[in-house]
Design a protein around this ligand. Structure first.
Ligand code: F6P
Length: 318
């Protein structure tokens, strides 16, 4: 099943799980809409040909949902009943930390082995260097910011671009550096407004005519991106400010090659770990090989952002 926010590459992961099951002679079904589909017994048989021509598709063919019913004991009992009826004896969960937390509770309550595959554009899951969808979202954000730069420089404007990341600054930091942003605001760093103004004024004095500030949704300025643009305009009326919120377009689109390969590797390994008798783990990528981490440690926090990138960004925006 896929659960939580969709991410490009989830289909490649579904395909890999289904094909690995066929390869090892294990039958496979897919539940629609995550845990909600399990509760409603809404599923499809997944023989190997059922996943043809989906490796390149964004979204998820199994669709996704955040299930309130699964948070109740009654909902989970119904889900278990349906699993047993369908002779399911292990589950592969593609999603984020909320998906894995639910999976672990379920596994402990009903003794069903689960393996998680990290799929979210936010990259906010520890136990993997990269989540499925993150690379594609980064490329989408950079592509969009490049276009905004054209208008920023043609009209000497200061643009505030909001990217996704309610609790994590991975997309903002990396797309900001990749697109040459002047300033990058992220949830992990308490960037004071006076520091932002100071830095924009310095750039203006050095002869910059236009600038781009990339803000993560959850930055710590205490203002949303529109309030932030107004605040800067009040203190620097010489700047013509504009705001662009990239929003959900970052979640869609055909997955990058990196995400397809990552999803394929994680999907196969998820099945192999289950067949080896491992349970309640998440598969992840350590930069070289596929590794496993107990879901307990995965759900306890995200890995830290690369602070060196903040320093690099400061130097490059001189
Ligand atoms: O997929 C994660 C995420 O993109 C967050 O960065 C964002 O805040 C959230 O999803 C929004 O998701 P939804 O609109 O589905 O609630």
């Amino acid at each position: 099943m896929t659960s939580g926010g969709d991410a490009p590459g989830m289909n490649a992961a579904i395909r890999a799980v289904v094909r690995a099951c066929a390869y090892y002679d294990v039958s496979c079904i897919g539940f629609y809409r995550g845990y909600q589909g399990m509760i409603e017994n809404d599923f499809v048989d997944m023989p190997p040909r059922s996943v043809k021509n989906i490796i390149n598709l964004g979204g998820t063919v199994l669709r996704s949902a955040r299930s309130a019913d699964f948070r109740t004991v009654k909902g989970r009992q119904q889900a278990y009943h349906n699993l047993k009826e369908n002779k399911v004896d292990a589950m592969v969960l593609i999603g984020g930390d909320g998906t894995f937390t639910g999976g672990l509770i379920f596994s402990e309550e009903f003794d069903i082995p689960v393996v998680g595959i990290p799929g979210t554009i936010d990259n906010d899951i520890c136990g993997t260097q990269s989540t499925i969808g993150y690379d594609t979202a980064l490329n989408t954000a950079v592509y969009a910011i490049d276009k905004i730069r054209d208008t920023a420089s043609s009209h000497n404007r200061l643009f505030f671009v909001e990217v996704m990341g309610r609790d994590a600054g991975f997309i903002a930091l990396n797309s900001g550096v990749g697109a040459g942003a002047e300033e990058i605001l992220i949830p992990e760093e308490d960037q004071a407004l006076d520091k932002l103004l100071e830095s924009l004024k310095r750039s203006k004095r050095s002869g910059k005519l236009s600038s781009i500030v990339v803000c993560a949704e959850g930055d710590k300025t205490g203002k949303n991106v529109f309030e932030l643009a107004d605040y800067v305009h009040e203190h620097m009326p010489e700047y013509n400010t504009r705001v662009t919120v990239l929003g959900h377009l970052q979640r869609g689109g055909s997955p990058s090659c990196f995400d397809r390969v990552l999803a394929s590797r994680l999907g196969v390994k998820a099945v192999e770990f289950l067949l080896d008798g491992q349970r309640d783990i998440m598969v992840g990528f350590d930069g070289e090989k596929i590794v496993s981490t107990h879901i307990n440690s995965v759900t306890k926090g995200s890995h830290d952002i690369n602070r060196e990138l903040l320093r690099i960004s400061d130097i490059l925006s001189v």
